[in-house]
Design a protein around this ligand. Structure first.
Ligand code: GTP
Ligand code: MG
Length: 395
């Protein structure tokens, strides 16, 4: 993950400048939000002298870079030069945070800083910290769109600051694309769609249709085959496919046929990518390895449907879970949008692909489980995990 963060070119990151007086707590703010002790802090005014760039991954925003700056009231010999440098940073910031020292007596100067930032027409928030437990009671709401008071030394209060930072940049949150980041126009893509007992009569299921449409929109040539034709379809192609998308239920079989150099994914992984926070679902799957005898697992489906013989939620996933873990598990199934039962009793929750729910609903469900401390994964991700395929697949 760290190497991935460092690979994102700085120019592509959202730049968030952190401004304020010397000793206001700017560097402390950066340490608090990144959760790392990366910026030098001290009670001595003028600790940060030059702009310092601190990259981080701020989900769901993505890669951002915080810019720590020298104080705007620097009265030292070099103060003027430092202030100029800090102000220059403001020119290329996508957003700003004005850190106001809770002990600050000069509210007017803070309002001036707020006006300077406002003039740049970028989103910004003010963070009033609580040095020595004291807080400034000045009302900055007429000059700052959002004012947060928090003790930056208290980890529990950092969540609300992060949320405010994400919220001010919510227009920059781009919806993930289904396939455009995996293929290019002219690519041949193979879809494998097993027409088993669960396949609806006379048509393809929604994720298959959506992926097919998206690939066509991206200028790809798409070939759709059932499982028994994968091998011969592959042999019939002059050039290997740029991507193979499979139904997750036949993941293992398909992986045996598709050579490792051909990128492989599943409909459910692609849907999970656009429907929710796939990284969270992938992390959730690792909880499978911690399951113990007697643990309870919840399997959720967004829509109620008549269970068929080899139903994925009631039969296939429970069977795979018990086989993989070798543990005596209690597995409950629920269907429908609203979960009314006590979720904290579960050690793991597994959601369906959510083809009938939107991204917002899925993200809020992920948040609900996160807050309850219950790891949440989904069908496709957990099947890939138990088939030890998450390292093999792309999404
Ligand atoms: N308890 C507490 N201490 C804080 C808080 N914010 C800042 N401090 C302390 O205030 C002092 C100054 O903080 P810095 O983060 O170094 O301030 P700065 O704005 O980066 O200062 P310069 O780099 O000198 O411009 C440090 O000793 C911090 O530990 C807070 O919210 N709570
Ligand atoms: Mg500093």
């Amino acid at each position: 993950m760290i190497s991935e963060i460092n690979q994102t070119p700085k120019a592509l990151r959202i730049h968030i400048g952190v401004f304020g007086d010397t000793n206001a707590g700017k560097s402390t703010f950066i340490n608090a939000i990144t959760g790392q002790n990366i910026a030098l802090t001290s009670p001595v005014a003028g600790t940060t002298t030059d702009p310092v760039f601190k990259p981080m991954e701020l989900l769901p925003l993505g890669p951002v870079v915080f810019i720590d700056t020298a104080g705007l009231d620097d009265k030292s010999e070099l103060g003027e030069v430092r202030i100029k440098k800090s102000m220059e940073q403001l020119e290329h910031c996508d957003a700003a945070v004005l850190v106001i020292n809770g002990n600050c007596k000069d509210a007017e100067s803070q309002k001036k800083y707020a006006e300077l930032i406002k003039a740049k027409k970028i989103p910004f928030i003010a963070v009033i910290n609580q040095i020595d437990g004291k807080r400034n009671e000045t009302d900055f709401s007429n000059v700052c769109p959002e004012v947060i008071s928090a003790d930056l030394a208290d980890k529990e209060q950092i969540g609300k600051i992060k949320e405010a930072v994400i919220d001010m940049l919510k227009d920059r949150i781009e919806d993930p694309v289904l396939t455009a980041d995996l293929v290019k126009p002219g690519d041949i893509v193979m879809l494998t769609a097993p027409q088993d007992i669960q396949a609806p009569k006379g048509r393809l299921i929604l994720p298959e249709v959506q992926v097919l449409r998206d690939l066509l929109d991206n200028g790809c040539m798409v070939m759709t085959v059932t499982s028994e034709n994968i091998k011969s379809a592959l042999e019939s192609l002059k050039t290997p496919p740029a991507l193979v998308v499979t139904d997750s239920q036949i993941f293992a079989e398909v992986n045996k046929i598709i050579p490792p150099q051909i990128p492989l994914t599943s409909f459910s992984l692609l849907m999970a990518k656009i429907k929710g926070d796939i990284k969270g679902l992938v992390n959730g799957a690792s909880a499978i390895d911690s399951l113990e005898d007697g643990d309870k697992v919840l399997i959720l489906e967004s829509c109620a449907h008549h269970a068929l013989d080899d139903d994925i939620a009631r039969i296939k996933i429970p069977r795979l879970l018990r086989k993989y873990t070798g543990k005596e598990l209690t597995i409950d199934n629920v269907s429908g949008q609203n979960v009314s039962l006590e979720i904290s009793q579960y050690k793991l929750a597994i959601h369906c692909g959510g083809c009938m729910v939107n991204r917002k609903a899925m993200l809020s469900k992920q948040k609900m489980f996160e807050e309850a401390g219950v790891p949440l994964t989904n069908f496709g991700v957990c099947i890939a995990y138990m088939n030890k395929m998450l390292d093999r697949v792309c999404y």
